[in-house]
Design a binder for this molecule. Sequence first.
Ligand SMILES: Cc1ncc(COP(=O)(O)O)c(C=O)c1O
Length: 247
Amino acid sequence: MKKETKCVHTGSYRDVVVNKLAALEETEDGVLFSSGMAAMSTSVMSFARSGDHVVMRNALYGGTHAFATYLLDRLGIHYNFTATGSDAVCSIVNDRTKVIVKESPTNNPLMDIIDIRKVARFAKTRGITSIIDNTFATPVNQNPIKLGIDIVVHSGTKYLGGHSDICCGIAVTSSKNTRHIRTTARHLGGSLGGVETTICSPATTSHAKISAEERKRVGITDSLLRLSAGIEHVEDLVADLDQTLNS
Ligand SMILES: Cc1ncc(COP(=O)(O)O)c(C=O)c1O
């Protein structure tokens, strides 16, 4: 394991999961999310901004469809749903199209498939980012990156989890795209910890993205430590703190 800390702002055990999935999908890196929908929506929002156009294939997972109809409009991002064939996907693109989103096979119950290589190649020639939801196929049956797709998204809650005991999502892609998605994810928010006690340095974690000048202005000094008391027994906590402060 490369990193030991559990803090979301500095890296964590998540790296192990990301490295495994990136290896399975034969790509470089990725970002782990709390759900498949978080992975999909953050990926789309990382590559399309107000005024841009997104092409979404018909018969996507309902949550992805709802994300487009409910949120893209509000963000000023135009979108079109298109028929399932690869020709239809390619023909609806315009000069403002920045992202193509598809599933293949599509989520239950239709199970349509698409010529992934054809759409990927087309997207590349137009400088469009292609995203595929590979939840249904899993990396065992299909590796879209090898077919030219830029970003592969999974809901880890389904086959990847396998035992119906985890809820997560992941987007795997090149290191460059990963940096983009990670930055969007950070801006959309993350969790600093769970119910356990944590001590961290805000200057290097939660507030690391704020300039040193701005941190100084709001009182976040480099030596400031944040202690968030969790649900451990109070006597254990006091003993741990005593031990640390006296060592
Ligand atoms: C194909 C597909 N993609 C994405 C999702 C959304 O995943 P999550 O429930 O982890 O947000 C689902 C959920 O059923 C799905 O079936």
